[in-house]
Design a protein around this ligand. Structure first.
Ligand code: CDP
Ligand code: CDP
Length: 228
């Protein structure tokens, strides 16, 4: 019998280290990697390009119905496409940083992406991967609550701001986190039973190794309660 398919969910606030460590793990464990922040960022960019105000829920929702979205697999990563194109650095612009949490709070936007995101499990299987690792804010709570492993990453705010600055990004992570935690639909939260990792004082390699050990040992029990 072949190995069973592994589903790994990774959530946490901005710059907690989700993307970097999930990418490393995808390489080591032959998983398909999906960054769902880029989905919200891509839609936000399109909304801004169309001249729609990010807090105009009705216009954003009806505009979404007109955008054809798809997926493309590049190496170990699956990316969202808008009108068959993968967007680049424009989705990391200051304008998108400032608007993305507002767009992401719209229930119709989340519903639209929920279907899309659940579809990556089949895509990973069909494409011959040994599993899927998806990261974002609501993966372990809403998208894949039955994932084999659910990680929740966190780090001190000052350290997260320092990381973003080092990347040369203008990004109010505190404001984004606040909006993400407070929204009614699928807020940023540590799902019950998730495995918490404080990345404040850990290198990327240490975090990735910790995750790898947990997945390979098959021990998906939650650890200490998350305080913040
Ligand atoms: O990389 P960073 O942590 O800064 O952010 P991101 O993962 O690119 O996500 C950008 C924004 O998308 C977040 O601040 C959330 O507003 C939204 N998001 C979400 O609502 N749900 C997800 N599953 C992923 C991202
Ligand atoms: O995806 P998320 O926004 O949670 O974080 P990331 O993009 O993986 O990490 C943000 C930045 O912090 C990157 O430049 C990482 O190299 C750095 N980082 C770090 O130095 N140490 C960690 N333990 C985690 C991230």
């Amino acid at each position: 019998m072949g190995k069973s398919f592994i589903l790994v969910a990774v959530d946490g606030g901005a710059a907690s280290g989700k993307s970097s460590t999930s990418k490393i793990l995808s390489e080591r464990l032959k998983l398909l990697y999906v960054n769902t922040g880029s989905h919200y960022r891509s839609l936000t960019w399109a909304v801004l390009q169309a001249g729609i105000q990010p807090d105009d829920d009705a216009s954003v929702s009806s505009y979404l119905e007109t955008i054809p979205i798809g997926t493309i697999v590049e190496g170990r990563e699956a990316r969202i496409t808008l009108e068959s194109k993968v967007l680049g650095d424009e989705i990391r612009s200051e304008a998108v940083n400032n608007a993305v949490s507002i767009v992401a709070a719209i229930p119709e936007v989340r519903q639209f992406l929920l279907k899309h995101q659940r579809g990556y499990a089949d895509l990973a299987k069909e494409s011959g991967f040994e599993g899927l690792i998806m990261e974002g804010r609501d993966i372990g709570s809403i998208i894949f609550p039955d994932a084999n492993f659910r990680f929740f990453m966190f780090a001190d705010e000052a350290e997260r701001a320092r990381r973003r600055e080092l990347e040369g990004q203008v990004d109010s992570i505190q404001k984004r986190d606040q909006l993400d935690k407070q929204r009614k639909t699928a807020p940023l939260t540590c799902p019950d039973g998730a495995i918490k990792i404080d990345t404040t004082h850990l290198t990327l390699e240490k975090v990735a190794q910790k995750m790898q050990d947990i997945v390979q040992s098959g021990n998906n029990m939650a650890n200490e309660p998350h305080k913040s």
